[in-house]
Ligand binder design. Structure first.
Ligand SMILES: [Zn+2]
Length: 374
């Protein structure tokens, strides 16, 4: 199977959902905290986990250390090389043909899409996070009567250099959303309530729906956070099946809906990708968090999803190691998936090359209309 391994290993990836990396050096506490979605392991370490052992096995060699180098040695080497060189090494090792960056979550300064693309040696594109756009307008003092028009004009301005939008309704209200487009009067009343509350976070069903429909009207792919995330999410309210009425309502617009992450509902997402022509899925964030179980995850996600409806994403945030591990584990999982099918006589060699190119990059190029440069 060496040719098959090479086909997957050499195929550049388009990462259709990730974040920038830190622009400061990372210490032990930073590595621990960014390694998982958790908030600490009392008396233990986040490194004692599927992702932790995969990190220890795969990351030290990228920095010129032996596999399983101690964390203290690893941090010394990281500091010696400096944050830019470390980021460059991991992002280059990820083998990216393009990176699509969500710029809406910046609890501390991160690289811009252009900076991330330069480190990766690949074109970078931006996704506009809808809630962040609304929250920035609120922080700038917009009034309720002007809110809807201001969102639309800010969105069209940003969209000139973006390839899609993203909703984090999952984090704010859950995905059980009324599919109807809210009326102007309802949006205004909801904006009045939110702005009067002085909450920096929009977390209102009417406003979430308004923002999503703005994204649909824009005509670019709309990404949804689905499933797995940090503890701000009520996971049971993030099953993608809850989106079914909204998916039906969006379908006539012909706008692609991108279901991100999905774990542990990746099978449900695969079902939706099969039955709705405009729905796509990935297994980002989970792919690296489940470590050695990534092949099982991918195999489950691809049980029902047509291969033209599944994309690669890392959902890496902050640590360039996560961009690399997402890519390495996706390739490993895809190799095992295709090798198993090939050994059963399901795929010819040509099928393997074609399916690999679709899943790794072609589907993303098509949906986001990235053109031949990527
Ligand atoms: Zn993300």
């Amino acid at each position: 199977m060496p040719e098959l391994l090479a086909a997957v290993a050499e195929q550049p990836l388009v990462d259709h959902h990730c974040h920038g990396v830190l622009i400061r050096d990372a210490d032990a506490a930073t590595l621990e905290s960014l390694l998982s979605e958790g908030s600490g392991v009392p008396g233990g370490s986040a490194f004692d986990s599927q992702l932790g052992f995969t990190f220890r096995r795969l990351c030290p060699p990228v920095l010129g250390l032996p596999p399983h180098a101690g964390i203290a040695d690893y941090l010394d080497r990281r500091a010696e090389l400096g944050v830019t060189e470390v980021s460059k090494r991991f992002l280059e090792a990820a083998g990216l043909a393009g990176t699509i960056v969500d710029t809406g979550f910046t609890p501390e300064p991160l690289t811009s899409p252009a900076e991330l693309g330069a480190l990766a040696g690949a074109p970078a594109y931006e996704i506009v996070r809808l809630e962040r756009l609304a929250e920035d307008l609120a922080a700038a003092g917009i009034g309720a009567p002007d809110f809807a028009d201001a969102v639309w004009s800010a969105l069209t301005e940003r969209a000139a250099s973006a390839v899609g939008t993203k909703s984090i309704a999952a984090y704010r209200t859950g995905l059980d959303l009324d599919p109807a487009r809210p009326s102007d009067a309802d949006v205004r009343a909801a904006a009045e309530r939110w702005l009067a509350s002085r909450s920096p976070r929009v977390a209102d069903q009417t406003l979430q729906r308004f923002l999503i429909w703005c994204g649909v009207d824009l005509g670019l792919p709309v990404q949804f956070h689905v499933g797995y995330g940090d503890r701000d999410v009520d996971l049971h309210r993030c099953n993608p099946l809850l989106l079914t009425p909204l998916l039906r309502a969006i379908e006539p617009a012909g706008v692609p809906v991108m279901l991100l992450h999905n774990y542990p509902y990746h099978r449900e997402a695969g079902y939706l990708a099969q039955v709705f022509p405009h729905v796509y899925a990935d297994a980002g964030l989970a792919t690296h968090n489940v470590g050695s179980r990534a092949p099982a995850l991918l195999a489950e996600a691809l049980e029902l999803a047509p291969y033209a409806k599944f994309l690669y994403s890392s959902d890496a945030f902050g640590l360039p190691e996560l961009h690399y591990l997402g890519a390495a584990l996706f390739r490993r999982a895809l190799f095992e998936f295709l090798a198993a099918g090939s050994s059963e006589g399901l795929y010819t060699e040509r099928d393997v090359v074609r399916v690999t190119a679709m899943l790794c990059a072609g589907n993303a190029r098509h949906v986001y209309r990235l053109g031949e440069a990527t």
